[in-house]
Design a protein around this ligand. Structure first.
Ligand code: CS2
Ligand code: MG
Length: 403
């Protein structure tokens, strides 16, 4: 079997997606997600100009060799654009391999290690009362794990809350970066109040999560972790920017609050200190950004030695293709933790028919050969790409900060 053709399909069914279609000489094809939210066209150019020409004629079964060829062969290794391009190709090749074997992808990854894949969904609100209502509603809908975010009184809606950035409204990506305002000193006293009210309202048998979204210093994150200990959160996510992995040592010294990080990571080298020093509890890498199925397996198997569990990133900008690959990995690995899942718009589901399924807080990979996700190119043609950016954030004095 040889790779005959590779297409890159860019479409925007509510938000931009970059999808790769690898077609073999005997008619089998596989698809992969290469979406980097707000930098999609960089991945398209990397694929079309530098990856695809080198793969035509290669044996698609050689997933590990092609992964190494694209990783080591780039010379300029790693980075979000390179690893998303590698991830897209890798997902497509695993799709082909599993289709050729006539098996769902998870069977090639060790078979089932669990009967179902637990998810968490998002609740965001402008007021604490709104968040409490939203969490109770998701509890009713069967969720075992719920992420809660609240806006800061007196400031415009911040990440994960309100219409301006709530992904459920598909409104997070804008033609030019919108500017949001952040104030740590107003945020820190608010979050413990949110979770006190949530525990009073929803009790203790539901996992509650919170995403700080890279916005604190290590000692501020240590303070927040301690303040949240009475409410027993499942995790505090992205407490600090994670380029400086050692920063987590300070948080770890002060609090037993479980920590999650890694959605912006794209290689195992981004997290070796965090994992080997057990500075975190969940690693958030996802198939599209960390080098595909091959990349995820390398990272999660490494993490399993250090008691670190998986928590694949899974908001709406991770396409149903990458979500499908995540679920196959989730169901097979030994150290599964949780899967983020926000669902998709009707247009996205129309463009990406899939056989994985969601039901009352849990996902199933499906039994179709491959990863079980396809792309309807005629539907994709209805939704042309449009430039779109994530918001940026500034402090009240105008200083740039992490969004
Ligand atoms: C967030 C993401 O889901 C999460 O944990 O951090 O929604 C993130 O803001 C987006 O993926 C950025 O594109
Ligand atoms: Mg996050």
């Amino acid at each position: 079997m040889k790779i005959n053709e590779i297409k890159v399909i860019v479409a925007s069914p509510g938000r931009n997606f970059v999808t790769v279609k690898v077609i073999t000489d005997d008619g089998l094809y596989g698809i992969g997600d290469g979406t980097v939210n707000g930098r999609e066209k960089a991945v398209v150019a990397y694929l079309e100009d530098h990856v695809i020409p080198t793969l035509i004629g290669k044996d698609p079964m050689r997933t590990e060799d092609i992964w190494q060829y694209l990783y080591k062969g780039a010379y300029w290794r790693r980075g979000p654009i390179t690893m998303a391009a590698i991830g897209a190709i890798d997902m497509a090749l695993w799709d082909i391999k599993a289709k050729a074997a006539g098996m769902p992808l998870y069977q090639l990854l060790g078979g089932r290690s669990r009967d179902k894949v637990m998810v968490y969904k998002h609740v965001g609100g402008l007021e604490i009362s709104e968040v409490v209502e939203g969490v109770l509603a998701l509890r009713e809908a069967g969720l075992e794990a719920i992420r809660a975010q609240v806006s800061i009184p007196g400031l415009p809606p911040i990440y994960g809350t309100g219409p301006s950035t709530d992904q459920a409204a598909g409104g997070m990506v804008r033609p030019m970066p919108t500017e949001e305002v952040w104030a740590t000193h107003k945020y820190l006293p608010l979050v413990p109040k949110l979770f006190e009210k949530l525990r009073d309202a929803v009790g203790w048998d539901v996992h509650l999560l919170h995403d700080v979204h890279h916005r604190l210093t290590p000692i501020e994150a240590a303070r927040l972790g301690k303040d949240l200990e009475p409410y027993r959160l499942f995790w505090l996510e992205d407490a600090i920017p994670a380029e400086l992995q050692e920063g987590f040592r300070i948080i770890r010294q002060h609090t037993t609050q479980p920590l999650a990080v890694g959605e912006v990571f794209n290689s195992v080298f981004d997290l070796t200190t965090l994992i080997t020093e057990q500075l975190i509890d969940y690693i958030r890498v996802t198939s599209v950004h960390a080098g595909g199925v091959t990349g995820l397996k390398k990272i999660f198997d490494f993490a399993s030695i250090y008691h670190v569990r998986s928590a694949c990133h899974g908001p709406m900008d991770v396409s149903p293709v990458a979500m499908g690959c995540n679920i196959h990995v989730d169901v097979a690995i030994s150290n599964f933790g949780i899967q983020e899942f926000t669902g998709y718009t009707d247009a996205t589901r129309e463009m990406f028919p899939y056989t994985w399924s969601y039901d009352r807080g849990y996902l199933q990979p499906g039994e179709a050969p491959g990863h079980g996700v396809d792309i309807d190119e005629a539907v994709a043609a209805k939704y042309p790409y449009a430039p779109a950016y994530l918001p940026i954030a500034r402090l009240e004095d105008g200083t740039m900060t992490s969004w």
